[in-house]
Design a protein around this ligand. Sequence first.
Ligand SMILES: *[C@@H]1O[C@H](CO)[C@@H](O)[C@H](O)[C@H]1NC(C)=O
Ligand SMILES: *[C@@H]1O[C@H](CO)[C@@H](O)[C@H](O)[C@H]1NC(C)=O
Length: 349
Amino acid sequence: MASSHFHSSLSLLFLVAFCFLHHHQVYAEEQVLKFKLNADILQESIVRHVNEHPHAGWKAAMNPSFSNYSVSQFKHILGVKQSPEKDLKSTPVLSHPKSLKLPKSFDAREAWPQCITIGTILDQGHCGSCWAFAAVESLSDRFCIHYNMNISLSVNDLLACCGFMCGDGCDGGYPISAWRYFVRHGVVTAECDPYFDTDGCSHPGCEPAYNTPKCVRHCVDKNQIWRKSKHYGVNAYRIKKDPYDIMAEVYKNGPVEVDFTVYEDFAHYKSGVYKHITGDELGGHAVKLIGWGTSDDGEDYWLLANQWNRGWGDDGYFKIKRGTNECGIEEDVVAGLPSPRNIAREASI
Ligand SMILES: *[C@@H]1O[C@H](CO)[C@@H](O)[C@H](O)[C@H]1NC(C)=O
Ligand SMILES: *[C@@H]1O[C@H](CO)[C@@H](O)[C@H](O)[C@H]1NC(C)=O
């Protein structure tokens, strides 16, 4: 009796002590983060750490694209929100029969050289719109691959008009919802509804407030009709996280949208096969996966197009370790097929 009473008093004491310490630790972490948010994202110390690391496999640099970005501004462009569980559960997960013989390396730009959008590097500016960019870019590529047409679709349409179904516009969104929007509502061309402006960020609502554009539903050119400019998706699906399934999907149907966890070191990527070496976790980012291969050092990689302009990374592209779900790159792959709806009319004009 006495002993059990003693025990419970003791546990209570530990509990109080634990809460006290824990509270202090959380407080200290908040202070560190607050201090860090205003710091520059690019740090010479990170460049040195990576470049002196004997097994990094990649090179770091002070990428000019982010020379004026604080940690907080950089975090803001990492616009992938965790999809609601019910949306993920109701999305079909695609796999491919293992009978397909896949090449050791593959680059969608070389497989479909007539499709100029595959090799176009864009710039999302200060808006957390990566979830929309990677979707729209992959769908544009797929229209070319499946229907032999050059077309650039509109990120702005998704950002402004998908609303809460896609998340929160420039404050981040759900990759799978972008593909669902293509099926339900279609997406107009970039010519009809262009992204803020071509250099990324000199429009109203970019800095310091990152306002999501308003949904207008009119083409900038009065001679074009919004409804007729819509291009649709047939379906929206996830791809099984097995690297074989991801490769087969890209090989058969074209580029896909992927997302992954970004750490501080990734802002400094210059060349080689990225894997996380140093720095804190900053957020989730979506990009377009266009191929794969194996480096001279024998490291398997994925090949991806980012939308941080050509001043970032390897002329706008990067490679990341393949087969080990590095930074979660293999577990959230989404895509859909382009629909012939509306394009037959275009061809018959
Ligand atoms: C960074 O900011 C400074 C001062 O605001 C400006 O003069 C410079 O052009 C900017 N650099 C880039 C690469 O944007
Ligand atoms: C797309 O445009 C490029 C450059 O204008 C051209 O070379 C290519 O043949 C076009 N592709 C298709 C599918 O029309």
